[in-house]
Design a binder for this molecule. Structure first.
Ligand code: CTP
Ligand code: MG
Length: 335
């Protein structure tokens, strides 16, 4: 088991902090976007409740997890209690009603991995995807939002990492690289294992919130207002954390043996999860355990080609953070 040794951080790293904070600021959505999203949600609620009076709409993904950039599409989940519904039927019906309700580009994608209806609202210009009964996504969205409340550096770091991944073309699951959701889990894991820790492990604490989705029990400590200041023993700046994040994924993570697991607040072994060999299309070349659906490896989209692309990008980023005079520019250069 060979791990490269941790390298010492450049001494002028904190001089870069202003530039990283400014980049973060420039990506935050302005308040009026929130107003428009609410307006569209109210419109959709009106349409949906005509056909399904007991159904509810939940926003999940980047518009609700606090990791969304400006001009993100909205992800919405239509929750219908009736267990006997046929999802495709519901989506086709929904698409019909949306079309009559003056929404544009309405498209039902019933054969997708997560079947959805797509639409665009001409009034607000917002595009959105609606899925049916994807309750786990709603719950993991809440978990991410709750983590973000504990220490601002999570949101700052995740914005920088997502911006880097989008700029460098490694945020494309259909090309074998990672989803935004996976990158946020990587950031949470990273801040949990910092010493002193910047984030706690909410699923390892007394549960104050608990829901059961199918046969999965989702429980964790969600009274995060009690955890403000949790990471204050650790004074690391954003720039230093960005440096350490890339250095971790470039030189320190044990790809052969470890699974990152925010559920356990640490890493767990690939062997323990039986993720050491390829089964079907799952190669487990970089292992990121879903916090609730623990048999789900978010890294399963990664193949033997894209793992090289990813690791080379981590190394490129780590080198820029270590040596480049202007890392905040070079890091985000289009590929
Ligand atoms: N999700 C999930 N499992 C995955 C991928 C996504 O449960 N394998 C859910 C998560 O709830 C996530 C949401 O789908 O928050 C949206 O995923 P994604 O598009 O990756 O993240 P966003 O936060 O919407 O990022 P972006 O700004 O890139 O749209
Ligand atoms: Mg999204």
């Amino acid at each position: 088991r060979m791990l490269k040794r941790q390298i010492a951080c450049r001494s002028d790293i904190n001089r870069m902090n202003g530039a990283f904070l400014a980049t973060f600021q420039s990506l935050i959505p302005p308040e009026e976007e929130r107003t428009k999203q609410k307006q569209l949600l109210a419109l959709l609620d009106g349409i949906v409740s005509k056909e399904w009076p007991d159904a509810r709409l939940y926003v999940y993904g980047s518009c609700a997890n606090s990791f969304g950039f400006s001009k993100s599409d909205i992800d919405i989940c239509l929750a219908i209690e009736d267990a006997n519904i046929d999802k495709s039927e519901v989506l086709l019906k929904l698409a019909d009603m949306l079309q009559s309700g003056n929404l544009q580009n309405v498209q039902a994608l019933t054969r997708a991995r997560v079947p959805i209806v797509k639409l665009m609202d001409p009034e607000t210009g917002i595009s959105c995807d609606i899925c049916v009964n994807n309750v786990l996504a709603v719950v993991n969205t809440k978990l991410l939002r709750d983590y973000a409340q504990i220490d601002v550096r999570l949101r700052q770091l995740a914005f920088i990492v997502k911006h880097w991944a989008k700029s460098r073309g490694v945020n494309e699951t259909y090309q074998g690289t990672l989803s935004s959701y996976a990158y946020v889990l990587m950031c949470i894991h990273f801040l949990q294992q910092r010493r002193p820790a910047i984030l706690p492990c909410l699923q390892g604490m007394e549960a104050t919130y608990s829901v059961t989705v199918g046969n999965i029990e989702c429980a964790y400590f969600d009274k995060v207002e009690k955890l403000y200041g949790f990471g204050s023993q650790n004074g690391e700046s954003l720039a230093r954390l960005v440096w350490a994040f890339f250095s971790y994924w470039a030189y320190c993570h044990d790809y052969a043996n470890d699974v990152i697991s925010i559920r356990s607040g640490s890493t767990v072994s690939k062997r323990g999860k039986d993720w050491t060999r390829r089964i079907g299309n799952d190669r487990h070349l970089i292992c990121i355990e879903d916090p609730f659906e623990v048999s789900h490896d978010l890294g399963r989209v990664v193949d033997k080609f894209s793992i090289r692309v990813l690791r080379e990008e981590f190394e490129r980023a780590a080198e820029i953070m270590q040596y480049d005079p202007n890392p905040c520019v070079k890091l985000f250069e289009p590929y």
